[in-house]
Design a protein around this ligand. Structure first.
Ligand SMILES: [Zn+2]
Length: 418
C-alpha cells in the first residue's frame, strides 16, 4: 500500500512517464471480469471439470476487497467503476463520483494512447460493467444513455454482447451510418466477418442478455468465439490494444440460485481465459488480468462429500434417472443406483421410508454446493495476473487499486483522491 501511495505521488509530480519505469510495460492489456465469480465458484468449477482451471495457471494468485463507497456489499456499477477508473463510488453509479465528477476509464485512456480497444460481454453491452468502461452516467438504469455514449462517443473498435432491445429503442439501425461500425447479429455473421480498414465491429446477438451457455441457441456465439474474433482484429493494431471481457452471467445464475447454469457459465468463462492466456504466452507483450467484481449467492460447500456428477448435470436430471431406473427394476440396489447415476459411492445408510422422489432429491442436494442468499456478498474476489506488470497486481488491496494500476500501465493517471 505504501508503494502504491509513493507511485501515485510520483505520478502526480513527474507525470506518467517515469513512475512505473521499473515495471515492464505491456503493449496489450486484456482485463477479464467474471461477474459474481468468487473463490467458491472457482472451487465448484474445478470439481466439475475434474482438474485445474486455466485460471489456476496464473503466476499471480491474489485477492482483493471490493466494498463500494456507500456499501460493504458492492453492486456491479460501483465495482465496474473501480475496475475501470480506479475510483470507489456509490452503488448504482457508472464511472461517476457522488459529487458528479465524471471519471475516465482505462479503455478511454487506452484510446488516448492510440491503442485499439474492445469490449466483449455476455450481458447487455450497456450493462453496469461494460458501461463503466464505455460511458459515464449517474445510474446504471440509464441504459439508453450508456448505449448512446458507447456507439456515438466512445466507439470501441470491437463491441460484442447482447442488447438489441435498447439498440432498437434508440433507433440504432438507422443511425449506424453515422458510425464506423459493421453490424452483425448472428454467430455465423461474426465468424464470417473480415476486418476492413477503418471499420469497427458491433455485434449484438440477443434482445437482452445473451443466453446461458447451457441454453445457448446455434445463432449465438460462444464467449470463446467472441473473444477470438476480438483478438484477431485488435492484435492488428501497431500501438497495441486494451480489451475488457466479462463473463457476465455467473452473477445472474447466482441471483437465481441456479448452480447448474452458474457452473457452466464459469467453465465457459474459463475457456475464454485459456484462449487469452495462450495468446499472451505466445506473444510475451500482453498483460492478462482475471478478476471479479463481487461474489453472488454466498455459495457454500456441502457438509457431505460433494458429487461433481450431481453438480454438473443438476439434481433434477440425476433424480429422474434414478427414479426411472427404479421404475424399471423396483428391486434394484439403491446404493448401486446412486453410485452409478450420481457418482456417490459412500452412502452408509439405507434410504428411509417416505416420499421416494423427495428422498432421492434430498440425498442428491446434500452433495451439491448451495447458495445462501440471492444477493451479492462482501467476500473478497480473485486477482490473477500474467505477463508484463503482473507482479504489481500481487500488491493490490482493493479492486480500485487494480483499476488505477491498469490506467498507470497504459501510461495514464487516474489522479485525485480515492
Ligand atoms: Zn448481480
Amino acid at each position: 500500500m505504501l508503494l502504491a501511495a509513493v507511485l501515485t505521488l510520483a505520478l502526480l509530480v513527474t507525470g506518467a512517464s517515469s513512475a512505473l519505469a521499473d515495471a515492464p510495460q505491456p503493449k496489450n492489456i486484456i482485463y477479464m471480469i467474471g461477474d459474481g465469480m468468487g473463490h467458491v465458484q472457482l472451487e465448484v468449477a474445478r470439481l466439475v471439470k475434474g482438474g485445474p482451471l486455466a485460471m489456476d495457471l496464473f503466476p499471480v494468485q491474489h485477492k482483493a476487497a471490493n466494498a463500494s463507497l456507500d456499501n460493504a456489499v458492492t453492486d456491479s456499477a460501483a465495482a465496474g467503476t473501480a475496475h475501470a477508473t480506479g475510483y470507489r463510488t456509490n452503488n448504482g453509479m457508472v464511472a461517476m463520483l457522488p459529487d458528479g465528477r465524471e471519471l475516465t476509464s482505462a479503455l478511454r485512456i487506452a484510446q488516448a494512447a492510440g491503442k485499439a480497444t474492445g469490449v466483449v460481454v455476455t450481458d447487455i453491452v450497456y450493462g453496469a460493467t461494460p458501461g463503466s468502461y464505455l460511458a459515464t452516467v449517474n445510474n446504471r438504469s440509464e441504459q439508453n444513455a450508456i448505449l448512446e455514449q458507447a456507439l456515438f462517443r466512445t466507439q470501441p473498435d470491437v463491441l460484442l454482447g447482447g442488447g438489441l432491445s435498447v439498440f432498437n429503442a434508440i433507433g440504432g439501425a438507422d443511425r449506424l451510418a453515422e458510425t464506423p461500425y459493421d453490424f452483425v447479429t448472428t454467430r455465423d455473421a461474426l465468424l464470417a466477418w473480415e476486418p476492413i480498414s477503418g471499420r469497427k465491429l458491433l455485434g449484438l446477438f440477443a434482445s437482452s442478455t445473451m443466453s446461458y451457455e447451457l441454453d445457448r441457441p446455434a445463432n449465438e456465439p460462444h464467449i470463446v468465439e467472441m473473444v477470438h474474433a476480438a483478438l484477431e482484429f485488435l492484435s492488428q493494431s501497431d500501438a497495441g490494444f486494451f480489451l475488457m471481457v466479462e463473463g457476465s452471467r455467473i452473477d445472474h445464475a447466482g441471483h437465481a440460485n441456479d448452480l447448474l447454469r452458474g457452473i457452466h457459465e464459469t467453465l465457459a468463462f474459463d475457456q475464454a481465459v485459456e484462449l487469452v492466456l495462450n495468446f499472451a504466452e505466445e506473444r510475451g507483450d500482453t498483460l492478462v488480468v482475471v478478476t471479479a467484481d463481487h461474489e453472488t449467492g454466498g455459495l457454500t460447500a456441502p457438509t457431505k462429500k460433494p458429487s461433481p456428477v450431481v453438480m454438473d448435470r443438476g439434481v433434477s436430471t440425476v433424480a429422474s434417472e434414478i427414479r426411472a431406473a427404479l421404475n424399471q427394476n423396483p428391486d434394484a440396489n439403491i446404493v448401486e443406483l446412486f453410485a452409478r447415476y450420481a457418482g456417490i459411492d459412500d452412502l452408509t445408510s439405507r434410504v428411509q421410508a417416505g416420499n421416494l422422489d423427495e428422498l432421492i432429491r434430498s440425498v442428491l442436494s446434500d452433495r451439491a454446493f448451495t447458495y445462501t442468499t440471492t444477493n451479492h456478498t462482501a467476500a473478497p474476489v480473485p486477482v490473477l495476473a500474467f505477463g508484463p506488470g503482473a507482479e504489481l497486481f500481487a500488491e493490490v488491496e482493493h479492486i480500485a487499486d487494480m483499476g488505477r494500476l491498469t490506467i498507470e500501465l497504459l501510461g495514464g493517471s487516474a489522479g485525485g483522491d480515492r
